[in-house]
Design a protein around this ligand. Structure first.
Ligand SMILES: Nc1ncnc2c1ncn2[C@@H]1O[C@H](COP(=O)(O)OP(=O)(O)O)[C@@H](O)[C@H]1O
Ligand SMILES: N[C@@H](CCC(=O)OP(=O)(O)O)C(=O)O
Length: 371
């Protein structure tokens, strides 16, 4: 199937919309823009397509009620604005979707929800059930509780990871710009890229500052990163302006189409690679590097020569070779303070001296991803 046909024939679509496409010039949610977006989503639903919406805009929606003129700098103030704005935003969507007889559901995610195995399964099951019930899930980061260490930080990447989590066959990124340009679109000489077939097509692209409204966070950089995550996992991506969404979904040549470059990988590992901040580093000897990188084996204590950082069992850590360069990331099975007593010891010795609980892998291969 051609990639254009994959766009028009997609049965499950994740649509991400940025703050700049939902707000008025003076700030605050623009009901008319929400309505236009919902009309497009409802049309998709009428064609039998399952839709998940990743919507930014909580912080922007919270500014006016709090008497703020622009996005605050500090995290606590942003969290307060998101707390006020998220309810208003979802209320707007709920009302608009109801006009089309569609029920909205809210899903607020943190990084932990999708990287820890039990949480990940839970998130997947929640989406599956919502879609089965015909609900249109509206996803955002749980800004109000996310601390700087456990934030995705941008919804473009979140949308790419959600697309993979729900097994979507298309990701649509809607912005205030009609696609990816080879230079900042403020430059009149810049031209639109219709198709991105591979990473090499991105080499000459220059990315400028974020949009004029100043309400978006990541700018074009995070959209390109999100497109690379999704396409690397086999999901085509359309990047276009919110007011061209209907045309793009109908298969018209608008915006930028990023073609799939890779194949699907187990979902949780994609999150592990792209959504987590390592809490520490394990240094490996050359034999352990080979075992993990080439034979895809679990990491055993015998191959570890050192550890840094404050982590507890279940946290993400980077695995580094003797040169100190991280080559893999995994969820560690021990607390940082336990590791020194394990260094270089065989599983057999650890079991004999410390008990059967110490025979376990330091990082299990199912919880490991090569970077
Ligand atoms: N090479 C480029 N191609 C397209 N847009 C670019 C490029 N460089 C910078 N931009 C800017 O990125 C902006 C989109 O980012 P942002 O405002 O964060 O959007 P959103 O709120 O939709 O996430 C555009 O308005 C555009 O001005
Ligand atoms: N979670 C934040 C938005 C973060 C974000 O990525 O914003 P944007 O660049 O407008 O997509 C919010 O709802 O305000």
């Amino acid at each position: 199937m051609s990639v254009r046909a994959q766009v028009t024939d997609a049965r499950r679509v994740v649509v991400k919309v940025g703050s700049s496409s939902l707000t008025t010039a003076s700030g605050g949610i623009d009901p008319a823009r929400v309505q236009r977006l919902v009309d497009v989503l409802a049309e998709l639903r009428q064609r039998g397509v399952e839709v998940v919406l990743v919507s930014s805009g909580a912080i922007a929606a919270g500014l006016a009620p709090l008497g703020l003129k622009r996005r605050p700098k500090g995290l606590p103030a942003q969290q307060a604005a998101a707390s006020v704005g998220q309810g208003l935003l979802v209320h707007r969507y709920t009302e608009e979707l109801a006009r089309h007889g569609v029920i909205a559901g809210q899903v607020l995610l943190t990084v932990d929800d999708v990287t820890r195995r039990a949480h990940y399964r839970n998130a997947y099951q929640t989406f599956a059930k919502l879609l089965e019930l015909g609900v249109l899930p509206i996803v955002n980061e749980n800004d109000t509780v996310a601390t700087s260490e456990i934030r995705f930080g941008d919804n473009d990447r979140l949308a790419a990871l959600v697309a993979h989590l729900v097994h979507a066959d298309l990701l649509v990124l809607l912005s205030d710009v009609d696609g990816l340009y080879d230079a900042d679109p403020a430059d009149p000489a810049s031209t639109l890229l219709g198709d991105v077939l591979a990473d090499t097509d991105l080499a000459a692209v220059r990315i400028g500052s974020t949009g004029a409204a100043g309400v978006g966070t990541g700018g074009m950089q995070t959209k390109v990163e999100a497109a690379r995550i999704a396409t690397g996992a086999g999901i085509p991506v359309v990047l276009t302006a919110a007011d061209q969404a209907a045309a793009a979904l109908a298969g018209e040549r608008v915006g930028t189409l990023f073609h799939p470059t890779g194949r699907r990988r187990p979902t949780r590992l994609l999150w592990l690679a792209h959504a987590t901040e390592p809490k520490g580093r394990l240094l490996l000897d050359p034999g352990a590097v080979r075992a993990v990188a080439e034979r895809r084996a679990s990491l055993l204590a015998a191959g570890i020569t050192g550890a840094t950082g404050q982590f507890v069992a279940g946290d993400p850590v980077d695995l580094c070779g003797p040169d100190g360069v991280a080559f893999a990331r995994g969820l560690v099975n021990f607390d940082a303070e336990e590791v020194p007593s394990l260094l270089g010891r065989s599983s057999h010795d650890l079991k004999r001296e410390l008990g059967a609980a110490y025979e376990r892998e330091v990082v299990h291969r199912d919880d490991l991803v090569l970077l």
